[in-house]
Ligand binder design. Structure first.
Ligand SMILES: *[C@@H]1O[C@H](CO)[C@@H](O)[C@H](O)[C@H]1NC(C)=O
Length: 125
């Protein structure tokens, strides 16, 4: 039988674990969505993203949903973040992309000013 103290400790640990699962990275954007490495010529909507080499994992990442939040600028564009988060589905691979995730322009625009081109992000699955 669990006492209240044990429940509080467990709750705290769960809270810490969910915070720890947010991974920092960078994001760029792209505009040509098909064909994609995961789904060929099938359209997967516009709330999508492509994974860079370190995340791609031979395509195992296809179909995973990521919650992406803009955390700041990587370049002189001063305040790119809109303050929103966006949930995207991984549909493609971007072998040479300049960031961790290459977001659709629609997804990027939801969280940041596209003029920035590349931003700092935090993401979790
Ligand atoms: C995405 O992450 C942000 C920041 O951690 C959070 O505020 C938001 O509720 C999350 N959205 C979803 C759909 O999980």
């Amino acid at each position: 039988m669990m006492n209240l103290q044990a429940l509080i400790i467990l709750g705290t640990l769960a809270g810490l674990a969910s915070m720890a699962s947010a991974t920092p990275g960078t994001a760029t954007f792209y505009t040509s969505y098909v064909p994609s490495a995961c789904y060929g010529n099938t359209q997967e909507g516009t709330m999508i993203a492509a994974a860079s080499d370190p995340l791609w994992n031979g395509g195992a990442i296809c179909g995973k949903m990521f919650n992406v939040t803009c955390t700041g600028p990587t370049n002189p564009v001063p305040h790119p973040c809109t303050g929103n988060s966006v949930v995207v589905k991984i549909v493609d691979h971007c072998p040479g992309c300049g960031g961790t995730l290459d977001l659709s322009k629609e997804a990027f625009t939801a969280i940041a000013d596209p003029v920035a081109g590349i931003i700092k992000i935090e993401y979790n699955e």
